[in-house]
Design a protein around this ligand. Structure first.
Ligand SMILES: C[S@@+](CC[C@H](N)C(=O)[O-])C[C@H]1O[C@@H](n2cnc3c(N)ncnc32)[C@H](O)[C@@H]1O
Length: 277
């Protein structure tokens, strides 16, 4: 993408169409304040539900995630939102416990039916969780939510926004490597930390290893050196702080304190906002 500076237009708020573990809707205002008014391309290499992307609504973006079903849903809405919405409305009318398990077991071939299946399961499964078994089959049980069509749905506007994006199913590094001068990167990886005492991995190692955390830091340092603005969230742990001790400002943030306001004493600063300086 070109490096021409673009002033972002004022737009109507858009809500992410997915519920995603680690979603950053609660931090969106904070992150938006850190983004310069005039930047070139927005990069989000761990897209998930894209909370920051939907708040920002950039003129140009490169979005990616390792989850192929997730990227297919975005691409499908971009390419033909009405087709996805029609199948989703069908799921809405049919929804029962048996129907959920029937749809869950089906292999959908067309891009839009796979997308509608993914969104339907995301909205009706247990806690909006995404989990697959060793064979790669989605295996989350039905949850308590029964609404398949949401008041916040605006597929035409979502499609319009996505028409200004490049979408990829791939590892984060390939996306970060494209960012340069005047670009903005928002990186929200799965949280993995190094153990305090014996130097070994604590949790999430199977999803995102400590080696991945180092590879991510190195890619972000290179992008910042090329002139990109880097904003990331990560676990507020000394092992992560040590990774970003040069060239970045570190601010502990907590979902609880954002929700409860600054008067709250219940501040557990579990997350770290890391910004290139
Ligand atoms: C914490 S979630 C991002 C949440 C997102 N910020 C939101 O608002 O919903 C992390 C995402 O990283 C993706 N992921 C895991 N490993 C990855 C990798 N190596 N490269 C790219 N994406 C990866 C997961 O599929 C997941 O969607």
């Amino acid at each position: 993408m070109t490096a021409t500076a673009i002033i972002q237009a004022t737009t109507q708020p858009l809500t992410p169409f997915l519920k995603w573990a680690g979603g950053k809707r609660w931090l969106a205002e904070h992150v938006l304040d850190l983004i310069p008014d005039d930047f070139s391309t927005y990069y989000e290499p761990f897209l998930g539900s894209g909370a920051i992307f939907f708040s920002l609504q950039p003129k140009a973006a490169v979005l990616s995630d390792l989850n192929a079903d997730l990227i297919n849903a975005y691409a499908s809405i971009r390419d033909d939102a009405e087709k996805v919405n029609t199948v989703l409305r069908h799921h809405h009318r049919q929804h029962t416990k048996d129907y959920y398990y029937e749809v869950r077991a089906k292999i959908m071939r067309a891009q839009h039916t796979r997308a509608a299946q993914f969104i339907y399961l995301n909205r009706t499964c247990w806690n909006g969780l995404y989990r697959v078994n060793l064979a790669g089959d989605f295996n989350v049980p039905i949850g308590t939510k029964t609404k398949v069509i949401l008041d916040t749905d605006d597929f035409p506007a979502t499609a319009e926004l996505l028409s200004r994006t490049e979408l990829y199913c791939r590892d984060f590094e390939a996306t970060i490597n494209l960012a340069g001068r005047n670009d903005v990167i928002f990186a929200d990886p799965p949280y993995t930390i190094h153990h305090n005492h014996n130097g070994f991995i604590k949790y999430n190692e199977n999803i995102f290893s400590w080696q991945d955390q180092i590879r991510l830091r190195d890619a972000l340092v290179r992008a910042a050196a090329r002139g990109a603005k880097v904003i990331m969230t990560n676990a507020n742990h000394e092992s992560v702080q040590a990774l970003y001790n040069e060239g970045f400002s570190l601010t502990p943030v907590s979902r609880m304190s954002v929700i409860a306001g600054s008067s709250s004493a219940r501040k557990a600063y579990e997350e770290l906002l890391i910004v290139s300086t």
